[in-house]
Design a binder for this molecule. Structure first.
Ligand SMILES: O=c1nc[nH]c2c1ncn2[C@H]1C[C@H](O)[C@@H](COP(=O)(O)OP(=O)(O)OP(=O)(O)O)O1
Ligand SMILES: [Mg+2]
Length: 203
């Protein structure tokens, strides 16, 4: 299946630099030539789907249509059990401000809502990642991944991106924000989805 990528470029259809770096590391062993949305000057599509897979499809197919190349999109987010699964597909929206994204604000909101809910700790949470690989002929392939853990407070760690400082994965006593990129990439929701992608495309 590696042949499907031989001599071709894969567009990573994301505007999130943290994701792009993780995806480049995860794909490094497979000799795929990567380019990004930024390399192609692609706009950020409106993510108005009602699920991770719908939003990933919107992003992947938009990049494929614009470039004629296969494209890989990642739609991800965190589901907090005591908040009924919120923010879920709205995880990035919680960080939105007129000046750009503010993840300290978003993490503070998650913590404030957990406190207000009265839910006892541990506050169970699940990171979800859905990868969609879209092909120029219009078909696509879907690879889901998850990582279970808990929300911790205060924030811990300067590494990673997004909500990493408040997410402590099960089986670990550090947050994603305290893990180096290789440690996170061995266990994350994105790594889980990539294991399925690799099995489907490079096995
Ligand atoms: O490993 C992660 N560590 C921490 N936070 C994370 C992670 N993975 C997703 N997240 C959070 C932040 C992100 O902003 C949102 C996903 O929203 P999502 O729309 O999929 O991504 P995005 O808007 O940042 O970039 P793009 O849509 O261009 O791929 O969930
Ligand atoms: Mg997005």
């Amino acid at each position: 299946m590696t042949r499907r990528f031989e001599g071709r470029e894969l567009v990573v259809a994301t505007h999130n630099r943290g994701k792009l770096e993780e995806i480049a590391d995860l794909l490094a062993p497979y000799g795929v030539t990567l380019s990004s949305n930024a390399d192609h000057g692609l706009p950020e599509p409106v993510e108005d789907g009602t699920s991770f897979v719908e939003n990933a499809r919107i992003k992947a197919h938009a990049a494929t249509r614009a470039t004629g190349l296969p494209a890989l999109a990642d739609d991800s987010g965190i589901e907090i059990a005591a908040l009924g699964g919120r923010p879920g597909i709205h995880t990035a929206d919680w960080a939105e401000t007129p000046e750009g994204r503010d993840f300290t604000m978003a993490m503070t909101r998650a913590h404030d809502e957990l406190r207000a809910s009265g839910a006892p700790e541990p506050w169970r949470a699940k990171f979800c990642c859905t990868l969609v690989l879209a092909w120029p002929d219009g078909h696509d392939e879907v690879f889901p991944g998850t990582m279970e853990g808990r929300i911790v407070w205060p924030m811990r760690g300067e590494q990673g991106h997004g909500y990493d400082p408040i997410f402590q994965p099960n089986g670990h006593d550090v947050t994603f924000g305290e893990m180096d990129r290789w440690a996170k990439n061995r266990i994350s929701h994105r790594a889980d989805a990539f294991a399925r992608l690799v099995a489907g495309c490079f096995a």
